[in-house]
Design a protein around this ligand. Structure first.
Ligand SMILES: [Fe+2]
Length: 461
């Protein structure tokens, strides 16, 4: 099947189920049990639920930011009645309803009756199980399920950007949008972009700082791709790749996720768990991408290979299933950069990870999924406190990491900032020692930059 003919099965709408449940709740609270209107509504609701359960073993409806989500995918219900029902359920403390295969009609009635009852201290689970409800769970998700702390992050970096980095994001956005629209990949733009990244962006401390530091945005594929290309370049440099290998690496990294332009955006950006079908679709971005790239004349031969292999592990696992084949070293480099980039960016359901946490994640994946030597080289390349990180010293000073030396990566040079994080009070080298030979300063923590904070400004200065 070519990417263009990829068909997405129509999703069932969760709103009628919610409406049915809300109506049944009112009826059971208003009319005596056995009233024909209750029976009629119950049959109707039962029918709707079974329609959903024919597609999968569980019907998961969550109300996130006031919108109903079916298995995590949002449904627009802009009419007043829907808004009212969603609000009513939210006010009852109901943000999720999960109905599993095997549910009996009577369980639906019991849940509707339960929803009419005044709230008590007794846990919802216990109340439902007393009512013999075994296939339906109702309530707010537990704190561990981060979808309840959803936040809307911007899709791309905000604030002033290094001009070359801004230009490369713009070119990448154009390229990806055109591919999404079904046009052929614009080879000239791809070449310009690779040159721009290697010649200019890689030499700009401000740009590298903006890419390496915690990213307070949930980046779309084009933005992620530019960042992965730059991180791959840093790793390539650390490995002393020659000019030709470097250009091939940057091109491949830039286009590794191009297949995602063919996957519906709501699935790519979906908060929380994916259904099996969505998982399959997402996984297909590797094969779809490789196919698009293989059909484009003029690209370097490894580019489709990296798109195909970047989610494969060094021990042969991952996807797509290619047996025990070990991914090409270029694919292995991109895998490391890809994971670091993904976890240091915000997600709709979680905050961005600080660089040191991200490095720990890479270390945990080393050996099985990632190439251990590449992980070590990467962590050395970006260092423990990457350029652009906002840090606090043991003297309670705040500063931005300007540069690190390979000899002493834990003691970088900082631009010290004023309390408002607006102006620099000059630079200080934390590697400086006092008369007794002890360090004058240590970094005690990396901080999450506040919204609108622009580390690149200090690096550019
Ligand atoms: Fe990917």
């Amino acid at each position: 099947m070519t990417p263009e003919t990829e068909v997405v099965a129509p999703e069932l709408d969760p709103l009628p189920v919610l409406k049915g449940l809300a109506a049944l709740r009112w009826l059971t609270g208003t009319y005596p049990s056995g009233h024909p209107m209750i029976g009629q509504k119950l049959t109707e609701l039962d029918g709707l639920v079974r329609e959903h359960l024919r597609v999968g073993p569980e019907l998961r409806i969550d109300i996130i930011r006031g919108a109903a989500h079916l298995d995590g995918v949002s449904f627009d219900g802009n009419d007043q009645a829907t808004t009212h029902i969603l609000q009513e359920l939210s006010e009852l403390g109901i943000d999720s309803i999960h109905i599993r295969e095997g549910v009996e009609t009577e369980e639906l009635r019991s849940v509707a009756e339960f929803l009419w009852q005044p709230r008590t201290e007794e846990p919802v689970d216990a109340q439902l199980s007393r009512r013999r409800v075994r296939h339906i769970s109702v309530g707010k998700l537990v704190a561990l399920d981060t979808r309840w702390h959803v936040e809307r992050w911007p899709d791309a970096p905000t604030g002033p950007l290094d001009p070359d980095y801004a230009q490369s994001l713009l070119l990448a956005q154009q390229t990806f949008e055109e591919t999404a629209a079904g046009k052929a990949l614009d080879l000239m733009t791809v070449r310009d972009l690779v040159q721009l990244l290697i010649v200019k962006v890689a030499r700009s401390n401000a740009a590298l700082g903006q890419i390496l530091a915690v990213k307070q945005y949930e980046n779309l594929t084009y933005c992620h791709s530019v960042n992965v290309a730059m991180l791959s370049l840093l790793l390539g440099r650390q490995l002393a790749l020659d000019e030709f290998a470097m250009a091939a690496l940057v091109e491949a990294a830039l286009l590794h996720d191009i297949g995602k332009t063919k996957i519906p955006l709501e699935i790519v950006k979906k908060p929380g768990a994916l259904t099996k079908r969505e998982r399959k679709l997402i996984d297909a971005h590797t094969t779809i991408g490789a196919e698009i790239l293989a059909q484009t004349d003029g690209l370097r031969p490894l580019t489709p290979v990296v798109a195909l292999e970047h989610h494969r592990g060094v021990k042969g696992g991952g996807y797509p299933d290619l047996g025990s084949a070990v991914p090409h070293i270029m694919s292995q480099i991109v895998s490391v950069a890809d994971i670091y980039e993904a976890v240091t960016g915000a997600r709709s359901y979680q905050e961005a990870m600080l660089p040191e946490r991200a490095c720990l994640i890479l270390a945990r994946l080393a050996g099985e999924k990632l190439n251990t030597a590449l992980v070590k080289a990467f962590v050395n390349a970006i260092t423990f406190f990457p350029m652009g990180s906002l840090v606090r010293t043991n003297r309670d000073e705040l500063g931005v990491v300007m540069r690190t030396s390979t000899g002493d990566p834990l003691h970088p040079v900082l631009a010290l900032l004023d309390a408002n994080l607006r102006d620099s009070r000059g630079t200080v080298d934390t590697a400086t020692r006092d008369g007794a030979g002890s360090y004058e300063r240590h970094i005690v923590e990396t901080l999450r930059p506040p919204e609108g904070f622009d580390a690149g400004r200090f690096l550019a200065a």
